[in-house]
Each structure stands twice: as structure tokens, then as C-alpha cells.
Write a protein that binds this ligand. Sequence first.
Ligand SMILES: C[S@@+](CC[C@H](N)C(=O)[O-])C[C@H]1O[C@@H](n2cnc3c(N)ncnc32)[C@H](O)[C@@H]1O
Length: 235
Amino acid sequence: MIEFYQSKWFDIDLCNVDENLNIKKLPDHSFYYKFYSILLERHSSYEQVKQHVLSCNQPAIKYLTDVISSKGYKNILSIGSGIGFIEYELAKNNPHVNFYANDFNIESYFLLGAASLDNIKLSSTLMKNVNYDLIYLNNVDYALSNQHYDDLLQQIRGLSNNGIVLSTVVFKEDLKIYSIIKNIFLKYFDRKSIFWGYIRSKKEHNQIIKNAGYKINNKILKKHHNILIMSEELK
Ligand SMILES: C[S@@+](CC[C@H](N)C(=O)[O-])C[C@H]1O[C@@H](n2cnc3c(N)ncnc32)[C@H](O)[C@@H]1O
């Protein structure tokens, strides 16, 4: 597993978001709350940030669209949904499907516009009283320590009928030499960078998934947009 560093996200200088963050501290709920508040101040509508998130989330949107239409799913939970870009795109094209979006302070993030659809339900806590057809985490694993990754997978055990989808997982094996050198530069020489998260190897993902009681049933491998489809193992 490697730690990786970042200086900007959505064109916002990350070092200015939270003075408590530094090169050693992983962003927490307070960081994401402050970050999304700045994003909201700079962009009043969802359409303004759409281009920024569209291309990198296409593989997940395509996979989820296909699986919703082929399997007739009705209740889908997204964990770590951020500003709700994916949920908005899916919900407007699938009005009969309920999308449950979970993130820290999700109600504030969604002010960007995605909350306007009736079939999107927001919550900052895990809603356990719904029988989910599918649960997905898009681009969230990087933000979790091994312990938090394992805890989260354990918490959602038993909540989904048809499994869990982890998408936009980046594998350490796919990093180009340029990205590795850039990461070293950001860590040691760019004073505006912060610790952003983790990139794990395939083996490390497999180990955490197995320890949390799941097995991987299928993989869609596309460099930086890998999708892992898994189900619970009987304990
Ligand atoms: C890169 S964003 C991804 C947002 C969205 N899923 C997407 O792909 O556009 C990562 C999100 O994970 C959320 N997050 C991090 N740790 C989390 C946790 N333990 N539970 C729920 N959300 C978490 C952050 O608040 C942030 O919004």
C-alpha cells in the first residue's frame, strides 16, 4: 500500500481547506465538510461541476445502469456519495429506483442540486432498515485506512441482497513511473500538498475483502477505473 498526496481537488488548494491537515493526517469528516462548503461557495449549481466529475465516473455509471436495467433493482445504497453526482445521473434516468446516498454531512453537500429528485434519499448515518438490492462505494476506498475499510465492509454485511460493488479502485500495480515520481515530489517538495489517501495492491484489496467476510465474484479491470463485484461469504 502506498500513501499518496494531492495539492488540488476541483481546482481548490487543499492546503487552505483545513489548517489541521498536514502531510501525515488523513482527511476526516471535518475536512470533507469544509471542502464541500468551499465548493458550494464557488459553484452554485451541480451543472457547473458536472464536467469535472463526468469522465472519471463513466465506468461506474455504465455498470450500474446496466445492472439496474437487467436485474430490475429497486433500492440502491451509495456510501461516500460526495456531492451526489453519480446518484443524480442514475436517479434521473431511473425514476422507479430509490437511491439512498450516504456521506458525512450529506445534506449540505447535496445543496449543489442533486437533492431535487424525489427518488434520492439522503442520510449521514447508515440506513439499516432498507432491504438494499445493491450497495456501492465509488472512489471511497482510497480515503479509508485498512482498519476503516474493514470496519465499513463489516458494517454493511447483511444489508444487501445482491452484493457490494467497489468501483474506481486504483491498483498500485497500474501506477506509471511518472505517477510514482510525482507522488514523491508532492510528499517531500511541494509544501501545498496534503496526505490524500492510499493506493493498495490487488493482493491487499483481496486480503481486506476476504477478512471482512466477502468474496470477489467478478472484476471489470480498466486501469484507473477498476470495478470489484463481491458478495458475502457464509461465516
Ligand atoms: C472522492 S469522494 C467520492 C464521491 C463520490 N462517491 C464520487 O465518486 O463522485 C470520497 C467521499 O468519501 C467520503 N467518505 C470518506 N470516508 C467515509 C466513510 N467512512 N463513510 C462515508 N463516507 C466517507 C468523503 O466524505 C467523500 O465525499
